[in-house]
Design a protein around this ligand. Structure first.
Ligand code: TMP
Length: 215
């Protein structure tokens, strides 16, 4: 591939973190800044609005009982659809030079499903699937499980299946193990998200500007 072709492609930027880590707010602020800098950006999230995404939402809400292997497989299916579908698949935006900012991606499958399902299996399915793009940048918003619990309590009427404090503690531990394992092969930045919205946003924009400089 010619250098120009690579440069003309959009970038895939993914946000990860515990429930209540402020991803939504920080994604909005970064997207605003990227647009201010003249980029065209497509903002998206997982699970998607696909049929599988609906089944996942049902399970996340506790309306149906699914084991970790079923959840992993459905998140994988949803992610393949998210990348490849012809209407708003991530790949077509990237190919057109449009940047994509996504709220959660395969790192969430590793941290959430990788507790009760075999982690290696979950990682292999996602990392070895040619239909799933590798992110150019992953920003992990770190808060502890106590803050996550407080923010969930403040913002939700009902808790989803993973939104209990003890579970968030295990998920955070898993996130760190996985991010440490992937740090040589993926571009991962960890941000202390326990600070004010403005402080966290300033850090993220700095990371983005450095990332852009390296592209
Ligand atoms: P959110 O829309 O509030 O981020 O909720 C999505 C939930 O789905 C959240 O609890 C994390 C969970 N999830 C997984 O368990 N595995 C995954 O692969 C993804 C993308 C999300």
């Amino acid at each position: 591939m010619k250098k120009k072709d690579v440069m003309d492609k959009g970038k895939l930027i993914v946000f990860e973190g515990l429930d209540g880590s402020g991803k939504g707010t920080q994604i909005n602020l970064l997207v605003e800044e990227m647009k201010r800098q003249g980029r065209t950006v497509y903002q998206t999230a997982e699970p998607t609005n696909s049929v599988t995404g609906g089944i996942l939402r049902d399970a996340l809400g506790g309306f149906t009982d699914r084991n970790a292997y079923e959840m992993s497989a459905m998140f994988l299916l949803d992610r393949i659809f998210h990348n490849s579908n012809k209407i708003n698949g991530i790949k077509q935006f990237i190919d057109k030079g449009i940047d994509v900012v996504c709220d959660r991606y395969y790192y969430s499958s590793f941290a959430y499903q990788g507790i009760d399902a075999d982690l290696q299996w979950v990682m292999d399915m996602n990392l070895h699937c040619k239909e799933i793009l590798k992110p150019d940048l992953c920003i992990f918003l770190d808060i502890d499980s106590k803050s996550s619990d407080e923010r969930i309590a403040k913002n939700r009427l009902e808790r989803e299946i993973y939104e209990e404090k003890e579970m968030q503690e295990r998920i955070r531990k898993r996130f760190f193990e996985v991010l440490e394992f992937l740090k040589e092969t993926e571009n991962i930045k960890i941000v202390d998200a326990s600070r004010s919205v403005a402080e966290v946003s300033a850090d993220i924009i700095k990371i983005y500007n450095e990332f852009k400089g390296d592209c």
